[in-house]
Design a protein around this ligand. Structure first.
Ligand code: SF4
Length: 923
């Protein structure tokens, strides 16, 4: 509620007073013209509540208050510190009413982080200009108040500069009515001429459950096609297929609290410290409390996570099934299996046994390129553990044999009875914030609402009856890779893409671009105008984004959280579910009845009803329960007093026999093995501080400081062999495309292996980026593409010209720089935090530079390019900008981790860099 502070006449013109507004100190200034301005009273540099005593005035055309302590100036309009762009103070809505000064308090809204599947709770604080700050929600069970670097910087990513604000048709602004009528007309026309399977919907694991539900019903219930798939196909579908084949349902059996009580944690194919930082911090805390807790990491790279392990198995990429089979061989041979559990709770071991008998550790050692002793040690640690928990992610999933990799790992749990008990179980770490919610509503080509399957006639009947339609289509839909291939062949003529950027994120991105060029009609519904996919849209629809939407998401541990709006969306942006409903009502008369929702809660309630009697039954859950009790794990059936922490505690599994199934997992090599022409293995993965195609994290200068530019990481051995040094440019080529990158030599890498971050696309580099290289081969069961294994070669790149620009970031400079990227052989665009946010652009070309592009850049940056390019110094600690060189110098002088934290402040804010600090301190 607004606070009446004092009569205006009580404040001297051009002076300030301090007041308490909803418990916060606010500095209120009256100007000559009797206007009033209110900002936070605390000077962020001295932390003293003094700004009400500062002098107000004009500084270079901006109305500011000067701090009486260190003399920094703060804009009264925006709160920005004039001398340091990284510092801001809150700005309050202040006005004069009936002679009194009235100030609106800041709003605090509890919601959920929009990045990874950990699903952390955040408390958003708003001010006059929108989101002002975020902090971890202590009441949220996923993070208990902690946030990683990305979460901590969420408030810095809400700048409207790159937002899509208005609908566009053929590149021109239009009204919502015009855009949706046009889209509905084109879809109707194509469906009438070619049938419903000539259209498709490609959606996202970052949509909320309510958005997802509406899109799925739109495709399967109204249009009559199963052509609805999602970018979750790129990250989680092998985990889903593995759970369903082995355990009978897509249901992670574990909870985060299992980390606290496990005595063995096996991490496979996940750099958890970077990709799921808050889960990793929980592992660190558990290890600190329980020194007997063993950590085993299976990863070709010696990542920060792997280096912290008691045992690291740096296997040859793609050979996980051979390793897991051999571990099971040792468990059986050494009598470490739980025969009682196997005999009474599982089936099909007899079909697996002949295969396992062949997978001796010696054979696996050859295939995996590992010492026999390490395989035996890992198996014995697993077999002897009282509670073994495995955590896994894209290293298993993004593979042409991803389903087998998941099943082979689950086989270990079934053989040892390590499931359904505290601290035990196979726990898939979800990549995206709501990949699981999407599966719950059936938002994929092979699924139906409430964990039902398209290929099950009974399930189709149930869903058709639930929706009140004649039938759900039986023809399987096209999954992500298949969908874009069908678009490329002209079979799918219209595609609706929502909340995802396939031009950057799909494998073989050049082919995806060609497919979208061929498509007859493309609708892109997105929050960001500069996402690469927007370039291919006939219709662009502006969507609301994080902190602007209401709904729910489900995280890795089956926990459903409320997502709440703290601010209004900018321009004419609308919630995703609302856009799909508005389209459905225009598409066909039946749409009016099927999509009569007015609120996301109504959508949630319908989804809830669809789960009755299913494994994920949430008929006892409501927005009201989530408001009252906070996040809840499914199932939560009617009458339940709470969600269920752990599944299968009774040893009964959702299979026809009630038993879990051993799966005979034959090892299959990667789809594209290296050869004489392309001799290196490319692995792709995540950086610590970036998210997916960087539409949001790429707006935040701080999030570039850890890894500022696209690099190919090679082993020290390969660099020496090819005479390459850090910073050298090379052309990285696969059979599908190429890109020029800088080299970084690292002892994290096995000889013959290379690593490139998945994030780099056409907005930060020249050309298509990382996915120019990747292979579109898919797993036959999960249809997930093998994004983590491709054969590549390095081609020499002799730069005839190199140059760099750096200047304060402005929208115009950013526009010119972005447009120039494709005109150079090598380009790297980034932001750097400092007194001002700097835009940095590094360029190189093999021939003469494009003069027109260079001239435009010189004009935009106000200077010619620097030709002696200064190397970036990456920061280990992004929050306090502490570089590796500074840390190494301190360690050389005897600093411990505690001393580093005390003297340099690194690792004392979000804590994401602590694993790296620990490694450097121990070096
Ligand atoms: Fe967000 Fe980081 Fe939590 Fe993931 S770990 S949900 S990115 S704060």
């Amino acid at each position: 509620m607004a606070t009446r502070v004092c009569p205006l006449e009580d404040i001297v013109p051009n002076a300030g007073v301090a007041a308490l507004v909803d418990g916060e100190q606010v500095a209120i200034f009256r100007l000559d013209d009797n206007s009033v301005h209110a900002v936070g009273n605390q000077d962020p540099f001295s932390r003293a509540n003094v700004l009400s005593r500062g002098i107000v005035g004009d500084l270079r055309g901006e109305l500011v208050v000067a701090s009486p302590v260190y003399k920094q100036h703060f804009s009264l309009a925006t709160g920005r510190c004039i001398e340091d762009a990284s510092a801001r103070i809150p700005v309050y809505d202040a006005r004069v009413e009936e002679g009194w000064v009235v100030v609106e308090p800041r709003k605090q809204v509890a919601t959920t982080c929009c990045y990874c599947g950990v699903g952390c709770g955040v408390v958003v604080s708003t001010h006059k200009h929108g989101v002002f700050s975020v902090k971890g929600d202590h009441a949220h069970p996923a993070n208990r108040g902690q946030l990683c670097t990305k979460g901590t910087a969420l408030h810095l990513s809400t700048d409207a500069g790159t937002r899509l604000l208005y609908p566009e048709v053929d590149g021109a602004r239009s009204s919502w009515d015009q855009a949706l009528d046009h889209a509905a007309g084109k879809f109707r026309q194509i469906i009438a001429a070619h049938g419903p399977d000539a259209v498709a919907f490609y959606i996202s694991g970052q949509l909320l459950t309510e958005d997802y539900y509406v899109f799925n019903k739109l495709a399967k219930g109204l249009v009559g096609t199963n052509n609805v798939d999602t970018n979750s196909r790129l990250c989680m579908s092998s985990a889903v297929a593995g759970y369903k084949k082995s355990l009978g349902a897509d249901a992670p059996p574990c909870a985060y609290e299992d980390i606290d009580v496990a005595d063995l944690i096996l991490i496979a194919g996940s750099n958890t410290a970077f990709a799921h930082p808050i889960v990793y911090r929980r592992i660190e805390e558990a290890r600190a409390k329980n020194p007997r807790l063993k950590l085993v990491v299976i990863d070709p790279r010696a990542t920060v996570t792997a280096r912290a392990a008691d045992l690291h198995l740096a296997l040859k990429p793609g050979t996980d099934v051979a390793l897991f089979n051999a571990m099971l061989h040792v468990i059986e041979r050494d009598g470490l299996a739980d025969f009682q559990f196997k005999n009474s709770k599982t089936e099909n071991f007899e079909n697996l046994k002949p295969l396992i008998d062949q997978w001796t550790p010696e054979r696996a050692a050859e295939v995996c390129d590992l010492p026999v002793e390490k395989i035996v040690e890992a198996a014995r640690l697993f077999g002897r553990a009282k509670a073994a928990l495995s955590l896994y992610c894209q290293g298993l999933n993004q593979s042409a044999s991803g389903t087998w990799k998941n099943c082979a790992l689950i086989n270990l749990h079934l053989a040892t009875g390590q499931i359904g008990r505290p601290g035990a179980g196979p726990f898939s770490l979800t990549g995206q914030p709501n990949a699981m919610g999407g599966r719950e509503v059936g938002g994929m080509a092979n699924l139906l609402a409430g964990h039902r399957d398209v290929d099950n006639p009974e399930h189709r009947k149930e869903v058709a009856a639930f929706w009140g339609i004649d039938a759900v289509p039986s023809q399987p839909g096209k999954t992500a890779v298949e969908m874009f291939e069908a678009i490329g062949r002209g079979e799918i003529k219209a595609v609706w893409i929502a909340c995802t950027n396939p031009v950057q994120s799909m494998p073989d991105a050049n082919a995806v671009r060609k497919a979208l060029e061929r498509a007859e009609f493309v609708v892109v519904q997105d929050a960001y105008r500069d996402a690469e996919t927007c370039d291919y849209a006939d219709v662009l629809l502006p969507a609301a984004s994080w902190a602007e939407k209401e709904g729910t998401v489900t995280n890795s541990e089956r926990s459903i959280s409320r997502v709440r709006a703290a601010v209004a969306p900018p321009g004419e942006a609308r919630a995703d579910w609302r856009i799909a409903v508005d389209f459905a009502r225009r598409l066909s008369p039946a749409g009016e009845n099927l999509f009569s929702y007015q609120t996301p809660e109504q959508v949630f309630n319908e989804h809830r009803a669809s789960t009755r009697g299913r494994d994920l039954d949430i008929t006892g859950l409501s927005y009201g329960v989530l408001e009252r009790d906070g996040p809840q794990q499914w199932p939560y059936p009617e009458g339940a007093k709470g969600g269920r922490t752990r599944l299968y505690t009774d040893g009964v599994f959702p299979t026809p026999s009630g038993r879990a199934r051993f799966v005979a997992t034959e090892y299959l090599p990667p789809a594209e093995e290296p050869d004489a022409e392309f001799p290196l293995r490319l692995n792709t993965g995540r950086l610590r501080d970036q998210w997916h195609s960087m539409t949001r994290t790429g707006l935040v200068a701080r999030l570039f400081s850890h890894s500022p530019e696209p690099e190919i990481v090679l082993s020290v051995f390969d660099c020496k062999k090819d005479n390459l040094s850090n910073g050298n440019l090379v052309r990285v080529a696969s059979r599908r495309g190429s890109t020029v990158m800088k080299v970084r030599a690292s002892d994290d890498m096995r000889p013959g292996d290379a690593f490139v971050a998945m994030h780099w696309g056409g907005r930060f580099t020249s050309g298509v980026g990382t996915n120019a290289l990747t292979v579109p081969a898919i797993d036959p069961y999960s249809k997930q593409p093998e994004l983590k294994h491709a054969a590549i070669r390095l081609e020499p790149f002799a730069a005839r010209w190199r140059g760099a620009f750096a200047a304060p970031a402005t929208p115009e400079r950013h526009r010119v720089a972005s447009e120039s990227l494709a005109r150079f052989d090598y380009a790297s665009l980034s932001l750097a935090e400092g007194p001002e946010i700097l835009l940095r652009l590094e360029l190189a070309c093999a021939g003469e530079p494009d003069l027109a592009a260079l001239t435009a850049l010189e004009k935009a940056f106000g200077q010619p390019p620097e030709t002696g390019v200064e190397a970036f110094e990456p920061a280990v600690c992004a929050c306090f900008k502490v570089s590796e060189a500074e840390i190494r110098a301190a360690v050389a002088a005897g600093a411990t981790l505690a001393a580093l934290q005390k003297d340099l402040k690194c690792g004392t804010n979000c804590g994401s860099c602590v694993p790296e600090l620990r490694r450097l301190a121990a070096a």
